[in-house]
Unconditional design. Structure first.
Length: 288
């Protein structure tokens, strides 16, 4: 059966103790906060729930919080943040990489880069590649990184993908992310560490952070994942064995929305994907 289509999420949210919520596409669009989403999560917390924001942003949690503040997301909408940037930094430290070749916009993602071993290494001298995104995501494509991919493969370098998303919506623009380069690197036989959803490190880390907030690890059946992407958010829910709520106005808006409303037939087709098997409900935008 396809997920049930909701106009309001209040009754569904009230069945859970913990929410793992995506950020970009659910809480804001990169430019402006979605007010009803913030109000829904704040109300959930007022009723005793715990909210862990789980972001594939390639920066530490304080960088995610800066964007939340900039876009106007209300601060009472979450308890803690788990970011792909922090997961990537933890992995780098565990692996002991010392000479890393950086790929990405260093000015935008400086909060991650300042925590890496400096200076960055040339590809020919590196022991790993760390990628936060395309250097110019408004002009470049994966094809512009052919030499990087071939050079890394030739040397057998591990590739740390600090943002597993393939694309991201910034206002009305859809831009490529680090995951698009990593996917090609992996497709050609390279070793990729994916530091975020849908891979296990993301929701496992969120589970630990939820336990810290609540004082005990929550039961999986009392956790709801909210996100706008089947490939990342809903697949991560499936991997952990928790329920999912799909928000249609994000990545899948062209697939699911007709005149701003969620089309049940389109939802049924999309939810046929194995990655969507834990999705219990869907709605156009998150609201109580």
């Amino acid at each position: 059966m396809p997920p049930v289509v909701l106009d309001t999420a209040g009754p569904l949210l009230s069945r859970y103790d913990v929410i793992f919520c995506d950020v970009w596409g659910v809480m804001h669009n990169g430019e402006t906060a979605y007010g009803p989403a913030g109000e829904a999560l704040a109300r959930f917390r007022r009723q005793g729930g715990t909210v862990v924001l789980v972001s594939n942003a390639p920066v530490p949690a304080d960088g995610v919080e800066q964007v939340l503040a900039k876009t106007g997301v209300r601060r009472d909408a979450w308890d803690v943040i788990v970011s792909s940037g922090d997961i990537a930094l933890k992995h780098v430290a565990e692996q002991g990489y010392q000479k890393m070749h950086w790929v990405g916009p260093s000015a935008r993602d400086y909060k991650l880069y300042v925590r890496l071993q400096e200076p960055q290494a040339a590809l020919e001298e590196a022991d790993a590649i760390v990628c936060t995104g395309l250097k110019d995501d408004r002009r470049e494509t994966v094809a512009d990184y052919r030499d990087l991919i071939e050079g890394g493969l030739r040397r057998g370098l591990p590739f740390v993908c600090a943002n597993p998303d393939l694309v991201v919506d910034v206002g009305v623009l859809r831009l490529p992310c680090a995951g698009s380069i990593a996917a090609e690197y992996e497709r050609r036989g390279g070793n990729v560490f994916w530091a975020g959803k849908p891979h296990p490190a993301a929701y496992r880390t969120a589970l630990l952070r939820a336990a810290e907030v609540a004082g005990a690890e929550p039961a999986l059946e009392r956790i709801l994942a909210i996100g706008d992407a089947v490939r990342t958010d809903m697949a991560a829910a499936r991997g952990l064995g928790i329920d999912g709520l799909l928000i249609a106005a994000g990545i899948h808006r062209d697939d699911l929305l007709v005149d701003g409303r969620l089309d049940p037939a389109r939802l049924a087709r999309l939810s046929a994907s194995p990655d969507a098997s834990s999705t219990v409900a869907a709605m156009a935008e998150l609201r109580w």
